[in-house]
Design a binder for this molecule. Structure first.
Ligand SMILES: Nc1ncnc2c1ncn2[C@@H]1O[C@H](COP(=O)(O)OP(=O)(O)OP(=O)(O)O)[C@@H](O)[C@H]1O
Ligand SMILES: [Mg+2]
Length: 220
């Protein structure tokens, strides 16, 4: 489903990922663990084909970063839900429209959009917020909205970049539980975090990054 082969990524500031090779299968739940600056977001952005390696290849659902066409990137993204680290909610759209966006892009009928948005909003406890605007929500509520938007069209892959960073312990536990539920429904989940307690607690594969290198890959 996801394969990195000898991937290097360089920013102007220096090399951020070096000689990274790993693969993630369809049925996996993987914690991507590492300190700030270790390269977690860079890896997720490469899986989302938002960034491309300077050397090596990234293969996602059969498409290869070295020769993928722009329209194929759009197609891949229809099957990838992305929870960005810094939200990216559209401030001029209400919560309903923010969650509905991926469905509208894919041309779903209005009544299908309504029922799918309602279902996810219920599951994540934000039903009463649908007519509000992002700035009217707490950070934790916005985090749930971002997650609802990422899973609203039942993607094959869910990339979650620090999805619990703004939450207290109880709310964080609920979100983690929700991500496991998403995984059980058949979605491959890659969860970037610097929260070591999660890895210790949950029976999942965990890849540990230090300065852009995988130093440990705990398989189950
Ligand atoms: N747009 C950018 N321009 C230059 N350097 C960048 C850029 N984005 C990331 N980097 C650098 O690449 C490295 C990896 O960054 P990345 O954001 O992937 O880390 P991270 O593990 O997600 O960190 P955090 O836990 O703080 O989110 C860091 O050294 C960072 O400074
Ligand atoms: Mg990050």
């Amino acid at each position: 489903m996801i394969r990195f082969d000898k991937v290097f990524l360089r920013y102007d500031t220096g090399i951020s990922l070096r000689d990274l090779s790993f693969s993630i299968e369809k049925d996996e739940f993987v914690y991507l663990y590492g300190d700030s600056g270790s390269g977690k977001s860079s890896i997720l952005k490469m899986i989302y084909m938002d960034m491309f390696p300077n050397a090596g290849t990234v293969e996602v659902m059969g498409s290869d970063s070295s020769n993928i066409k722009r329209r194929d990137i759009a197609k891949i993204r229809q099957n990838i839900g992305m929870v960005f680290q810094d939200f990216y909610l559209l401030s001029d759209r209400d919560i309903y429209s923010n969650i509905a966006l991926p469905l509208e892009i894919q041309g779903y009928k209005a009544d299908e959009v309504r029922s799918k948005v309602a279902l996810k909003a219920d599951e994540l406890g934000i039903r009463s917020r649908l007519s509000h605007y992002p700035h009217e929500l707490s950070a934790g509520e916005q985090q749930r909205v971002v997650l609802a938007r990422a899973v609203v069209n039942s993607p094959d892959i869910l990339l979650a970049d620090e999805p619990i960073a703004h939450l207290d312990e109880k709310a964080a536990a609920e979100i983690v539980q929700y991500l496991w539920k998403v995984h059980e429904s058949g979605t491959c989940v890659v969860f970037a975090t610097h929260n070591e307690a999660l890895l210790k607690r949950d029976p999942a594969r965990s890849m540990t990054l230090v300065s852009g290198e995988v130093v440990k890959d705990r398989q189950l």
